[in-house]
Design a protein around this ligand. Structure first.
Ligand SMILES: Cc1ncc(COP(=O)(O)O)c(C=O)c1O
Length: 430
């Protein structure tokens, strides 16, 4: 993280966070452009330049807006979208459509039509129903649509069950068991307007070791061999999804992209050579790993309630609407007092949000210096799945998003106003 101190103030990518809070108000999402650029460059160095025929697409569900589309395109990555809304944003953000990968377990007819009409590079088909719809659309549009099929490798992973997606009992993809995928491949081979390029798995998110990815890859490579041996199908592309974890707390070990990629690429080369398979194009789709550490959220502290012998609640001006992850997954975050950054942390408080929910707690038992109303709390590593999961519960307006880089800051998403909260309400004259 681009984090340091000046006097008592926390500095992030060259910007004084206390000044940012004053200038742009709180709650406030801050995103370090430098951090995102460094991550993209690491992907270039340790993956794209190192191995031939590889591609990296950013999983936009982690954090998406027009500025992010531009930044990711500038940095030479593609974009993974999962809905018509994300695709619309990519279109408006001028992302080249050939570099877009369209996912989703229940894409609608309209979303598929949109993807086909814009010539999205890859559509990752999740199920047979979608395949039939897509085949029909492709025929009507008289286009050849290039697809991957999502398979569930049957791997249980070490993460929260809500972000675990590769097990057999999953709403995503088609299990590799019982020849189901063989049958689909045979069916697709007969389709005039669908070209199956290969397969995709995404086994879960926030994985801090590479065990599960390697197990899933083993299943996928066996499938590829089997399809070649039994029905002569040659796989030209595999997409290994995302899921690469980041350190949210001191207990989590930071992982470079190399940690995840190298053993997978070694395995691909080894297995393909062993079975005389041609090396397919390899695609990865990191989301959190690219943006998670680039984000920080600033809040202003309000009421500080000490319940003697129990705990002290320090409440902030945001909460579960701007960061649903603690209440959704029991996600852990670290935070500091941005205006007392150099002070000794000798007290303990629990950071409460302002929503009418007892579960609206951002951080339990945070060590802080003595705090008072008006202090600025900086919650670290909020770049992924915070802004993108934010909502207006209790009619709280969503915070602005500020991009910072080497001491400069600019608004990339403006703060919602009260008028925004009723903009879509239909008003009838009495
Ligand atoms: C298909 C697919 N690819 C990539 C990702 C990105 O995951 P992460 O942000 O953990 O890298 C997801 C997340 O849900 C996904 O569903």
């Amino acid at each position: 993280m681009n984090q340091e101190s000046k006097g008592n103030h926390l500095i992030f990518d060259g910007c004084d966070t206390v000044e940012l809070a004053k200038q742009y108000k709180t709650p406030l999402y801050i995103v370090s452009e430098t951090c995102i650029i460094n991550k993209c460059r690491e992907i270039h160095e340790d993956f794209l330049r190192k191995y031939k025929n590889t591609k990296a697409v950013y999983a936009s569900k982690a954090f998406l807006n027009i500025e992010m589309c531009k930044l990711i395109t500038r940095e030479g990555l593609g974009l993974d979208v999962v809905s018509g809304g994300e695709l619309y944003t990519a279109i408006k953000g001028n992302v080249p459509m050939k570099d877009v990968v369209f996912h989703g377990n229940n894409k609608s007819l309209d979303e598929l039509k949109m993807a086909v009409s814009y010539d999205v590079g890859r559509i990752v088909v999740d199920n047979g129903y979608e395949l039939q719809m897509l085949s029909q659309i492709a025929k009507e549009e008289n286009k050849i649509v290039h697809i991957l099929f999502r398979m569930t490798p049957g791997i249980d992973v070490k993460t929260h069950k809500y972000i675990s997606t590769g097990q057999v009992d999953s709403k995503f993809g088609v299990p590799f068991q019982n020849n189901t995928l063989h049958d689909y491949v045979c069916e697709i081979e007969k389709m005039s307007h669908i070209k199956l390029e290969g397969f995709h798995f995404h086994i879960g998110s926030q994985l801090l070791d590479n065990e599960a990815h390697l197990m899933a890859l083993e299943v996928l490579l066996n499938l590829i061999k089997d399809l070649r041996d039994t029905i002569g199908f040659e796989t030209s592309e595999i997409n290994l999804g995302g899921g690469f974890g980041i350190p949210y707390t001191k207990e989590d070990e930071p992982r470079g992209i190399k940690y995840f990629i190298e053993p997978m690429m070694d395995k691909i080369y080894e297995k393909c050579q062993l079975h005389s398979l041609s090396i397919p194009q390899v695609v990865i789709e990191p989301g959190r790993w690219i943006v998670g550490e680039a984000g920080m959220t600033l809040y202003t502290m309000g009421s500080i309630k000490d319940i003697p012998g129990v705990r002290t609640y320090a409440s902030v001006d945001g909460g579960m609407p701007d960061n649903p992850r603690p209440s959704l997954y029991n996600a852990k975050y670290e935070a500091v007092i941005a205006n007392k950054y150099d002070k000794v942390e000798d007290e303990m408080v629990t950071i409460a949000g302002k929503c009418c929910e007892s579960g609206d707690i951002l951080i339990w038992d945070l060590k802080v210096p003595a705090v008072e109303p008006g202090d600025i709390l900086a919650v670290m590593r909020t770049g992924a799945y915070n802004y993108s999961m934010s909502n207006n519960y209790n009619k709280l307006p969503r915070p602005a998003v500020i991009m910072v880089k080497e001491g400069n800051s600019r608004v990339v998403v403006r703060r919602e106003m009260y008028e925004d909260l009723i903009r879509r309400d239909v008003l009838f004259n009495e």
